[in-house]
Ligand binder design. Structure first.
Ligand SMILES: Cc1cc2nc3c(=O)[nH]c(=O)nc-3n(C[C@H](O)[C@H](O)[C@H](O)COP(=O)(O)OP(=O)(O)OC[C@H]3O[C@@H](n4cnc5c(N)ncnc54)[C@H](O)[C@@H]3O)c2cc1C
Length: 465
């Protein structure tokens, strides 16, 4: 019965945990084990945890953590399960899965959302948009609030309202020693600093308190697609435009392959294209005027930018990035985007090994840049752009060429990088130190020693105690 459980665990021991926990506990012997252990990135789906604990509340989380400690089991914490580097699963260990903790309560008067540690952005948008409110969430709505917010959180509202971590007002946290604490500007302020960019290094957040803003329900949004030949002038325009764009708008360029969607003319399906997207929660007319140059920089293949429901924009990309796809990302913060770098991106785009190889350039600045450097653990605020080389593939034999391509895109930007990278966009483990830079990393290390000296939370861009 127990041959696939780790040797230290017998049925009786697991039964002990069942008595302490209200949520389901799934072991390799149970029906539904493969579903329970599955994470978003198929590349990491071979891992077989000894236990998946589907916690239903703070007490379950604390008990599961205590069990892991006393049985010396490696711990993976799972929010939305979207970790590109595969941090939310673990071979032979315990997964503390928060996906049953997805409640979202909105305090309309205070403009706050109280969000369960396992909620996705779709959960948050659904509840908050019922009140015409929103906060910065991900470009794909199935992404978890947990990992996203703790790492920083780049999204369509960020230049107006800040990163997701800038909208974090407080958090309920289960620490490595099982304590249940609150972190905010006034309680455990050091921990609160670390939660805003330091990833899951310091504890398990069971509830996020997030600031909300009036948004939509209709916003200016949507992609404009161009032929790949237009990528050079598009990126140049994007660079120059970004410097003076209103904070209402958050812009983005993707060098990609046209997906087979009915909104794109059929002859372009599967062809290399470039896309520009800008989202504005501000006045529709003003947003349209601000992006008018993007309508003349080249003849668009398909122009889908205009008024649309905010929730439609938030889920527009979901079908392109389904659970189970193999994926690898590599990213760096760009201090500049000069013509030579644009040329390199365009060449690499044309040589991409598969249809889901995308060069993303995110426009930063605005409210993100106005937070003082070092005020949060997401410390590098200087960059005008963030580069993310994103790859996805279904044929398992295609991993090496996709990973090599993403690394080549990143390498070509080395001279233009600030030297830092955004932890949530990194497909490799072990990039913590270089992502944060020496000063922030030192402060994070001191915090890690205080809150997790034995490094129980090590499946993340790890801060070594
Ligand atoms: C398709 C896709 C689209 C994305 N788009 C964006 C984007 O637009 N902007 C952006 O900034 N990033 C984006 N990302 C990256 C994303 O922010 C990270 O993958 C993030 O870690 C996902 O969070 P999660 O909760 O879903 O992940 P998980 O895999 O569940 O967790 C990731 C890490 O966070 C920890 N963690 C999760 N929840 C908690 C919690 N409640 N308490 C403590 N630790 C926790 C985990 O232990 C793990 O170390 C995207 C990723 C994917 C796969």
């Amino acid at each position: 019965m127990t041959e696939t459980l780790t040797p230290v665990l017998g049925e009786a021991t697991v039964e002990e945990l069942r008595q302490a926990i209200r949520g389901p506990i799934v072991t390799p012997e149970d029906d539904g084990y493969d579903e329970a252990r599955a994470v978003w990135n198929g590349l990491h789906d071979d891992r077989r945890p000894a236990l998946v604990v589907q916690a239903t509340g703070v007490a379950d989380v604390s008990a599961a953590l205590g069990f892991a400690r006393s049985h010396d089991l490696p711990v993976a914490v799972r929010g939305g399960g979207h970790s590109v580097a595969g941090f939310s699963t673990v071979e032979g260990g315990i997964v503390i899965d928060l996906s049953k903790m997805r409640g979202v309560r909105v305090d309309v008067a205070a403009r706050r959302a109280y969000v369960g540690g396992g909620a996705t952005w779709a959960d948050v948008d659904h509840e908050t948009q019922a009140h015409g409110l929103a906060t910065t969430g991900g470009l794909v709505s199935t992404t978890g609030v947990g990992g996203f917010t703790l790492g920083g959180g780049i999204g369509w509202l960020m230049r107006k309202h800040g990163l997701a971590c800038d909208n974090l007002l407080a958090a309920d946290v289960v620490t490595a020693d099982g304590r249940i604490v609150r972190a905010s500007d006034t309680e455990n302020a050091g921990l609160f600093w670390g939660l805003r960019g330091g990833g899951g290094n310091f504890g398990i957040v069971t509830e996020f308190e997030l600031a909300l803003h009036p948004v939509g329900p209709i916003v200016y949004a949507g992609p404009i697609f161009y032929p790949a030949e237009a990528a050079r002038p598009l990126l140049r325009l994007f660079r120059d435009w970004s410097a003076g764009a209103s904070d209402d708008l958050t812009g983005f360029v993707s060098l990609m392959t046209a997906p087979p969607l009915p909104v794109i003319p059929e002859q372009w399906h599967g062809e290399k294209v470039a896309a520009f997207v800008a989202v504005s929660p501000g006045a529709i007319d003003e947003a349209a005027a601000q992006v008018s140059d993007f309508r003349t920089v080249a003849e668009p293949i398909a122009d889908l930018a205009g008024p649309m429901p905010y929730t439609a924009m938030q889920s527009l990309l979901d079908p392109l990035w389904p659970k189970g796809i193999n994926a690898y990302f590599k990213a760096t913060n760009l201090a500049s985007l000069d013509d030579a770098l644009i040329d390199s991106f365009c060449e690499l785009h044309l040589g991409a090994p598969g249809p889901q190889c995308e060069i993303h350039v995110h426009q930063m600045g605005g409210a993100v840049g106005r937070v003082p450097e070092g005020a949060t653990a997401f410390a590098d605020r200087s960059m005008p752009f963030v580069l993310n080389a994103v790859t996805g593939w279904h044929d398992t034999g295609a991993a090496d060429e996709h990973i090599a391509w993403a690394r080549a895109v990143n390498d070509t930007a080395a001279d233009s990088s600030t030297g830092r990278g955004y932890v949530n966009f990194l497909g490799d483990a072990g990039a913590g130190r270089s992502s944060y830079g020496p000063e922030t990393y030192e402060r994070l290390t001191a915090l890690k020693r205080e809150y997790d000296p034995s490094n129980i939370f090590r499946l993340n861009q790890n801060i070594e105690p």
